[in-house]
Write a protein that binds this ligand. Structure first.
Ligand code: SF4
Ligand code: SF4
Length: 231
């Protein structure tokens, strides 16, 4: 069941967490991310991941480059206009896509889209083929047990690991650790409408193109472009 923000007073640390549970998506706001690494630390500490296994990674483009309006200014507006946004950072993790390509390409059903729409890994079924690594547009699949980390034609490149959406935390009304601890509320958690409304209220844009948004949100991805022509 989806839990509204108002039900979770005292548990929520971040305004980026709008609702949790069934149907939630995790989505970045590139306007807000400052590449501090707090989400990476929060995830590793919460789930005790190995040093080389990052379930969330921050991708930074044009590092050290200022846009025409200076650093950290109107990145999404400039992206929408097709202009150089300057240094732009994007927290990359599993977005628990509606039309998850990883689920489609996995030959053993090790990746499954559950009834509550979380995408889960069934480790006992994974043969380490790494097809999901090729299928995911967002770089979410990790293979911490792979000997060299390279893609394989067929198994075994280790057991796939990825962001779980902190499903266990969400089961008790908490948001994902990364989002709860993000100092700038750059990781949004909620339904598609909540995330679209929040980005609009921040005068931010989705960063991804329409095709990518359709993968993450299905038909609901269209609403991110209703007030503009981004993507
Ligand atoms: S395609 Fe990538 S981001 Fe989408 S559900 Fe699969 S692993 Fe997660
Ligand atoms: S590596 Fe595992 S989870 Fe990924 S496609 Fe192959 S069997 Fe499925």
């Amino acid at each position: 069941m989806t839990q509204e923000r108002s039900d979770r007073t005292g548990q929520v640390m971040s305004e980026g967490v709008m609702s949790t549970g069934e149907g939630m998506r995790i989505f970045p706001d590139v306007e807000a991310c400052i590449d501090c690494g707090g989400c990476v630390v929060a995830c590793k500490r919460t789930w005790d991941r190995e040093i080389d296994n990052q379930r969330i990674d921050i991708m930074t483009m044009a590092e050290g480059t200022a846009g025409p309006q200076g650093e950290n200014a109107d990145k999404t507006g400039r992206l929408e206009a097709g202009e150089n946004p300057g240094e732009t950072s994007l927290p990359m993790q599993c977005y628990h896509c509606h039309n998850a390509p990883c689920v489609s390409v996995c030959p053993t059903n090790a990746l499954q889209k559950e009834d509550d729409e979380f995408v889960t890994v069934h480790e006992d079924l994974c043969v380490g083929c790494q097809y999901c690594l090729s299928g995911c547009p967002f770089g979410a699949p990790q293979f911490p047990d792979s000997d060299d980390g390279s893609a394989r034609i067929f198994g075994t490149g280790g057991i796939m690991d990825k962001c779980t959406g902190c499903r266990q935390r969400q089961d008790v009304g908490k948001g994902p650790a990364c989002a709860e601890e993000c100092a700038t509320d750059a990781i949004l958690v909620g339904g598609a409408g909540e995330i679209a409304d929040e980005l609009e209220s921040r005068d931010s844009q989705p960063f991804f193109n329409r095709e990518a948004m359709e993968i993450i949100f299905g038909e609901e991805g269209a609403q991110f472009f209703e007030s503009g022509d981004a993507g």
